[in-house]
Design a binder for this molecule. Structure first.
Ligand code: ADE
Length: 241
């Protein structure tokens, strides 16, 4: 008897709630993530928050309570978009992209990539009314300590980081094992041909063919680079050992 055909894995799902759905897939439609999207390893759905706006003008924002600059996305409008998206994707964790969120790390990326997908709320203006984040239990995630003009680019960053971890996206799975942040270390430097370039040569050990020495050199470079550039990561290593 022949083995049953492996059932194709359900795609990892990215659902994005945004005022600018035309921005997607954007850069995610290229290269590894684009091929994986086309081949059904992951899927993308967007909801235009404007469609849930109020009145003839489809208003989505209003002045901040208590005064101050800018506009705030209304809780009722944003909740209507979330609720519509949840009808299709009740199982996806809701994440609000925000500079005030917990910092996105490779460990959070790994956790999200291992699940069914993500539902990402991309804010504009000053942000969204806090009540909708509380009522719909959104997790807030930041991609770094700087402020973007909206959550869309941040959503793309999060999706890209997850998609490349899905099985079948990055050809050589072992290339994921030694990249930056695995084992809490940054990656070692890479070299390729030509052997000599502008008076610079490839470190001798990499041409030696001695795989043990090469692995030791790479490990010591990972440690050196992490210590020099990211003392915060290096200190965590010391704590663990
Ligand atoms: N929206 C605006 N700035 C952001 C940031 N740094 N991270 C996530 N979402 C954002």
């Amino acid at each position: 008897m022949s083995a049953p055909a492996a059932s194709p894995r359900a795609p990892w799902r990215a659902t994005v709630l945004t005022l600018f759905p035309e921005m997607f897939p954007g850069p995610l439609g290229f290269s590894l993530s684009g091929q994986a999207l086309a081949s059904g390893i992951w899927s993308l759905a967007t909801y235009n928050i404007r469609d849930f706006g109020i009145g003839r003008h489809k208003t989505v924002d209003d002045h901040p309570a208590g005064g101050g600059p800018g506009m705030v996305m209304r809780c009722d409008v944003t909740a209507a978009a979330i609720d519509a998206a949840r009808k299709a994707d009740a199982d996806l964790p809701l994440i609000y992209m925000s500079p005030r969120g917990i910092p996105l790390t490779q460990s959070i990326v790994r956790e999200l990539a291992a699940g069914p997908g993500v539902m990402l709320l991309a804010g504009r203006f000053e942000g969204v009314d806090q009540r909708v984040l509380d009522a719909r239990q959104a997790r807030e995630v930041s991609i770094g300590d700087y402020v973007l003009s909206g959550g869309e680019l941040a959503a793309m960053v999060l999706i890209d980081a997850c998609v490349r971890l899905l099985p079948g996206v990055v050809g050589a799975e072992e290339s994921l094992a030694e990249e930056s942040f695995e084992e809490g270390l940054l990656e070692y430097p890479h070299y390729t041909r030509p052997r000599e370039w502008e008076g610079r040569s490839i470190p001798e050990v990499l041409l030696s063919g001695d795989h043990k020495r090469i692995a030791e050199w790479r490990r010591s470079e990972r440690l050196r680079i992490t210590r020099e550039r990211r003392p915060d990561l290096f200190a965590k290593l010391q704590d663990k050992s």
